[in-house]
Design a protein around this ligand. Sequence first.
Ligand SMILES: Nc1ncnc2c1ncn2[C@@H]1O[C@H](COP(=O)(O)OP(=O)(O)OP(=O)(O)O)[C@@H](O)[C@H]1O
Ligand SMILES: Cc1cn([C@H]2C[C@H](O)[C@@H](COP(=O)(O)O)O2)c(=O)[nH]c1=O
Length: 213
Amino acid sequence: MCGLFITVEGPEGAGKTTIIERLRMDFSASGVPVLATREPGGIEIAEKIRTIILDKEHTMMDGRTEALLYAAARRQHLTEKIIPALRRGTLVLCDRFIDSSLAYQGFARGLGIDEVYAINQFAVNGLMPDITLYFDIEPEAGLKRIAKHAGREINRLDLETIEFHQKVREGYKLLLNRFPERMMEIDASQPMDNVYEAAKNIIEEQLKSYETK
Ligand SMILES: Nc1ncnc2c1ncn2[C@@H]1O[C@H](COP(=O)(O)OP(=O)(O)OP(=O)(O)O)[C@@H](O)[C@H]1O
Ligand SMILES: Cc1cn([C@H]2C[C@H](O)[C@@H](COP(=O)(O)O)O2)c(=O)[nH]c1=O
């Protein structure tokens, strides 16, 4: 695989989507081929799965069903969009990936990080991100941001209890210890420009070491 695969993770309202869009525009303007995409979604089949998972009416959805649907959406997104882009040498910026499943379904939902990792290994077939930027924020602060964000639809996962969102953050902290070689933490409670600069610097460093390989 030739391109660089960067994922951005974190609790709700950490600023992932906003910063990815700014990175996409800036890298693209400086001539770097870049693709910004998201999970669950990014392509038609996965966007349809997203609608099913996040529908507020689906309160009866079983935790394992939820985990399998995220993994299925991921598989299709990888094969149809991410892998072809990486083969073309593109910088891929993906809003959430496998670590969301580990933190939300594995830890917060209580299915087990190892169990959810196993079903996801079947989905990704060994393809892991080169770098994962973890945007850290207290869930209360992140949820306040999205409540203020005009036009941001509130989905089934947003409506989970504050304890659930705190467990998501705790889950991410466990993952930082588990994958120190690829996961890097950024304080996302900082002003937007600082978060952006921190993310951009890390990616530029990666691009440099990648070019010298
Ligand atoms: N560093 C920041 N400081 C203040 N507000 C921010 C910051 N970053 C993002 N925001 C604002 O917070 C809101 C949520 O941002 P964004 O949608 O990028 O978060 P997200 O991490 O993608 O959320 P989710 O995963 O829940 O979709 C937006 O209104 C955005 O403008
Ligand atoms: C990929 C993935 C996502 N989730 C959760 C996290 C969020 O609550 C929603 C996605 O909404 P966003 O506004 O696009 O962030 O889905 C999850 O629980 N597990 C996953 O694997």
